[in-house]
Design a protein around this ligand. Sequence first.
Ligand code: BF8
Ligand code: SF4
Length: 635
Amino acid sequence: PKNPVRTSDPGALQMLKMLEGKNIETVFDRVVAQQPQCTFGYKGVCCRICIAGPCRVKKEDGPGSRGICGASAYTIVSRNLVRLIAGGAASHSEHARHVLHTAHALVEGHAPDYEIKSTAKLHKLAQRLGISTLDREDKEILKDVVELGYADFGRYQDRPLAFLDSFMTQGRRNKFQHTNVMPKAIDGTVTELIAQTAMGVDNDPVNIIFGGIKTALADLAGEYVGTTLSDVLFGIPEPIVSEANLGVIDPKMVNIAVHGHNPVLSEMVVAAARKMKAEAQKVGAEGINVVGICCTGNELLMREGVYLATSSASQEMAIMTGALDAMVVDIQCIYPSVQTAAECFHTKIITTEGIMKTPGAQHLAFKPETAMEDAQKLVTIAIEAYKQRDPNKISIPNERHKLVAGFSIEALTDIFSKVCPERPISVLTDAILSGQIKGVALMAGCNNLKRSQDESHIAILKELVKNDVFVIATGCSAGAFAKFGLMSPLAVEAYAGEGLKSFLKMLENANPQLTTGLPLVFHVGSCVDNSRASDLAVAMADELGVDIPKVPFVASAPEAMHEKAVAIGTWCVTLGLPTHVGSLPPVEGSDLVYGITTQIAHDVFGGNFIFEVDPLIGAQKLLNALEYRTWKLNI
Ligand code: BF8
Ligand code: SF4
């Protein structure tokens, strides 16, 4: 490897070392080959919205300061920015739509392999949405929930999105109405934003950004659909012990990685693998080892305790162990390069969704109607591939760490309720008001190789917990902590400040039923499960009797990369959270747009972006924001 310094993940580092001298290309080579990156694109001042372009803002003033149509820097930067949000919202809602279709097939009797796993979640969800549960069959209730979900995707009437409105504080509902950003439909809002930002339409940066904010809220609604219905179908996560990093790939087993996002597929692969152990043994393996990558890995880790092999930037490394027999992918964050990497080994890449194919990879269209049959076919492909393994090519990093995951808000509330059954969330808010802990931080988002993989996630986490912040994590940020051994009770002693330590100890003492200690950082799920973080912020606001902008709650995406992360960051700000981003989005080309996202947003919504690439300074800014909010609450 030419550039091992681009990762700090101990498993990936070991893998790169093992690859030395073998002519295998990785993302760490390609990121270097892309340097220097185009500064126009970097600052957001390259417009390719119509084919008169590309137009670039080249000068401070005169004709060169505008595009051919006359669009100025603020128009170009804001349009580009909000189109990222549209991409993110489209992605999350595509995922959610798929979960919804599966639930629909279930109620229609066409998906015999799925069930309503959590009646409790179904009833809770229905009550939130105003759907009657009294004397009704679960399937009838689910039918109404699904219909409301579908209506949320395609509504034309003027009423707020149910999967957003029902989950918010009254203060946020009013705010969204007054500022005209309450979406009425998910699909319609995404489409409207694309239309709004087409050539020759909106060129007012404030109006464009408000369109982006509305779309980010539609994104949050999609996340709510995804999380809540996944809980109904697959269960509400509960504390669970597992392990993470490349060392979970077991040379004695048939190894199948599930990679992507959607539990609708990956849950079935796990179920099929559990049934097919004997088939694997027939080819000489000890059994079948399903491991997760990226967010579908997080979904399975949370609900099934499935090992997390790795996260976004090191996804190719799982193949390079030489012991991965198949990688089953669905949608999002799957590098096109996984197929190229697989061609150097025996690994089979199998795509499963109509909108996600890869030249050279096998495609098996996965359908809810034939889910178990499809999943068994996928497992069979892996078992067959196992026979083709080349023992000389196997090199698995000796790196795996124990962890505790599974902290849905229901699970956290349950833990708090052992201290105070009447008002569980007051356990958290009282600890903040008394100064025992400093507030709550959501750590989320991707890897972005503008910095060394995982380095910023780890640096910020350490800084926050040292200063007694209660940290929850999702997505590849959670993946980073898991891979580094920081999501374990053992890490508490080493890294938590005294206040956080005593708070966790108090919770453990009140919860003797827990078979494991509490971790340093609480895994709340995949990226769609950032909706769980929204739930926690809302619950804290309600407990404190204030709106979210007053709650000592911050968010950070230290290595944001995907369009989805831009959408999430934007709704975090709109909910009223100070939101740190450690990889600069393309906004520097317009002082006005930069100012709107970092300052004006605060005046309107009470939250704001904090763009800071230095992780320690970023962490300090988050701590300052928490301290300020707690001080205000206490006066
Ligand atoms: O949805 S954190 S790199 S895997 S986008 Fe992707 Fe980013 Fe990872 Fe999950 Ni989220
Ligand atoms: Fe150029 Fe305007 Fe077309 Fe953008 S929309 S590419 S600025 S002419």
